[in-house]
Write a protein that binds this ligand. Structure first.
Ligand SMILES: [Zn+2]
Length: 117
């Protein structure tokens, strides 16, 4: 997937630029997120399958982990402090709205201990 970027946008490094995405495709991805309550932040995510394929894998008896996400403060490749580096550039990134992310990849849903029994 090729993303068109503004000429005004600069990246901390080419590896970070190549990894930026919307977090819906299979593989490793950096997802810039904007939250109404938490502000701007970045996720490093790994998706075992594309988000559109997740529900095809679930069975009533087995709960499958589709991938992992971790909020990050520094670029995993060059070490740039992301909030500072992208403070004036964040609006130019293809950021996702945290509250609108796909089920399981956005704000935590109501759950209980019984979900794991
Ligand atoms: Zn970097």
């Amino acid at each position: 997937m090729s993303i068109e970027y503004s000429n005004r946008l600069r990246f901390c490094c080419s590896l970070f630029r190549d990894a930026v995405g919307d977090g819906t495709q299979q593989g490793l991805c950096i997802v810039p997120c904007r939250s109404k309550t938490a502000g701007d932040f970045f996720f490093l995510e790994f998706h075992a399958v594309a988000v559109c394929d997740e529900e095809k894998l679930d069975t009533p008896d087995v709960r499958i982990v589709y991938g992992v996400q971790q909020a990050i403060s520094y670029c995993p490749w060059c070490g740039a402090a992301l909030r500072e580096f992208y403070a004036d550039l964040f609006d130019l990134l293809p950021f996702a709205n945290w509250e609108d992310r796909p089920k399981g990849w956005g704000p935590a849903e109501e759950s209980s201990v019984d979900d794991c029994r």
